[in-house]
Design a protein around this ligand. Structure first.
Ligand SMILES: Cc1cc2nc3c(=O)[nH]c(=O)nc-3n(C[C@H](O)[C@H](O)[C@H](O)COP(=O)(O)OP(=O)(O)OC[C@H]3O[C@@H](n4cnc5c(N)ncnc54)[C@H](O)[C@@H]3O)c2cc1C
Length: 418
């Protein structure tokens, strides 16, 4: 298949916009449908580009931690007990994926996706009028306890063995790497290839570039259904009755992708993983590097002079409400690592919440659905949607242009649970 196609992209978060960006570059025409992208997961996230994150969420020990923390209202990871067939089936699939053998297979897939995406970020940052504050200084994993430092050192060894450089550091070396902020830590791991950026500036830059290139982004379209006819998707229907037809359709609805695809012959198990962020405009100290406070599972990112703290993972359904107790857990944890901060420094700002689209095996769904000739999945990126945005867009463009995908998509098949 070749030639220019009219592509309807459902969902205008980072994944939908990256798909539109790459498709336009390859000569296709695009329309992105969203009911208001700021309601998704892409604007308030931690803005990290993380080749360091080689291990999928579904890893040995994670379920145990989720169960242990189930009744701790301030814990960073939790599965909210609910009677839901979808949730029980997702947990079962998650547990089956969380084995050393399955994780071992996922690592090179995530590595290849991350490194190609990082390369594309650097390329995009060089484009005219597309400054999104990309900082290529690396990421620090900060540890307070010997036990967690040991766990992180093991992950560093896995990263090094897979071609992603990582360096285990004592407390003094950590402080030397980022003298702009005081730290009370036992040590850490440094991943020099990781980067950070401003997600809002990235999304706004994509928006400008897409519109300038002749693409449409409609942010007042509540998609009520996607109509299939035989082996083809015919149209997306909006709640107000508008119909959007195209040669190709891309499903990029984040955590809402399964409900958007209801009625089609597809099955993409997904649970929303809620997280929060708090952005402090005039922080007590501004680090030069982004970091992760390992025990507390909080990501810390300098962003255009402000400092963003992001964390928690709560599997609690399609519910964006903010839990004051869990936010309190974040506020209390930060000063334990950064003594220049008080819990009150993280009070008074609006708390942003976002729903990460989590597949059970921690790998995204990218590829054409078997049941349709013109429907492609680009969803399920969990904690890595920003990092993997550019490569996902490029892969969608490879597929829809009839080219061999630049990365083998077998493990990412949207039919792996069909
Ligand atoms: C606290 C936190 C920190 C994070 N930090 C990072 C990070 O540092 N690095 C990283 O790589 N990732 C990070 N992530 C994950 C990342 O934010 C997500 O993986 C990513 O935003 C998912 O993008 P998406 O486009 O798939 O989904 P979304 O951004 O949710 O987009 C889906 C879109 O679909 C639209 N939509 C849904 N239903 C409909 C409908 N019926 N009609 C029309 N439109 C509809 C929504 O409005 C939304 O705009 C973080 C997430 C959280 C919560």
């Amino acid at each position: 298949m070749s030639g220019s196609r009219r592509v309807v992209i459902i969902g205008g978060g980072v994944i939908g916009r990256c798909a539109a960006y790459s498709l336009l570059q390859r000569g296709h025409s695009v329309v992105v449908l969203d009911r208001g992208a700021e309601g998704g997961c892409s604007f308030g996230n931690a803005g990290m580009v993380v080749p360091s994150h080689l291990i999928p969420l579904a890893a040995p020990g994670v379920i145990g931690k989720g169960l242990r923390w189930m009744f701790d209202a301030e814990s960073p990871f939790r599965i909210k007990p609910r009677l839901s067939v979808e949730l029980l089936s997702w947990i079962w699939k998650f547990a089956r994926a969380a084995t050393p053998a399955r994780v071992g297979k996922a690592v090179p897939v995530l590595r290849d996706l991350s490194l190609e995406s990082r390369r594309l970020f650097v390329e995009m940052a060089g484009a005219e009028d597309f400054d999104f504050g990309l900082v290529q200084k690396g990421l620090l994993m900060l540890c307070k306890s010997a036990e967690v430092l040991h766990e992180e050192a093991e992950l560093a060894a896995t990263a090094n063995a897979n071609g992603v450089p990582a360096e285990v550091l004592d407390a003094g070396s950590v402080r030397k790497l980022d003298p702009a902020i005081e730290m009370e830590v036992m040590g850490g791991v440094y991943f020099p290839q990781d980067c950070h950026l401003s997600p809002r500036r990235f999304l706004e830059g994509l928006d400008r570039t897409i519109r300038r290139g002749g693409g449409e982004i409609l942010d007042d379209v509540e998609v009520a259904g996607i109509e299939g006819k035989g082996r083809r998707v015919a149209r997306a229907i909006a709640a107000d009755g508008r119909a959007f037809e195209g040669d190709e359709f891309v499903l990029a609805g984040g955590s809402w992708s399964p409900s958007l695809a209801r009625g089609l012959a597809v099955n993409i198990p997904m649970q929303a993983g809620k997280g929060y962020s708090i952005t402090v405009e005039n922080p007590a100290a501004l680090p030069g590097l982004c970091s992760i406070l390992c025990e507390a599972k909080i990501a810390v990112t300098p962003m255009s002079g402000a400092l963003r703290f992001a964390g928690t993972m709560e599997i609690a359904g399609l519910d964006g409400s903010v839990s004051a107790r869990r936010v309190m857990g974040m506020r209390k944890a930060v000063p334990r690592y950064f003594p220049q901060f008080e819990p009150s420094d993280l009070e008074g700002q609006e708390v942003w919440s976002g729903l990460r689209p989590c597949s059970p095996d921690g790998l995204p769904y990218i590829g054409r659905f078997r049941a349709y000739d013109n429907l492609t999945a680009a969803t399920g990126h969990a904690m890595l949607g920003l990092s993997l945005g550019p490569v996902t867009g490029a892969l969608v463009a490879d597929l829809l242009s009839g080219d061999k995908p630049r990365i083998d998509l077998t493990a990412l098949s949207p039919d792996r649970y069909a």
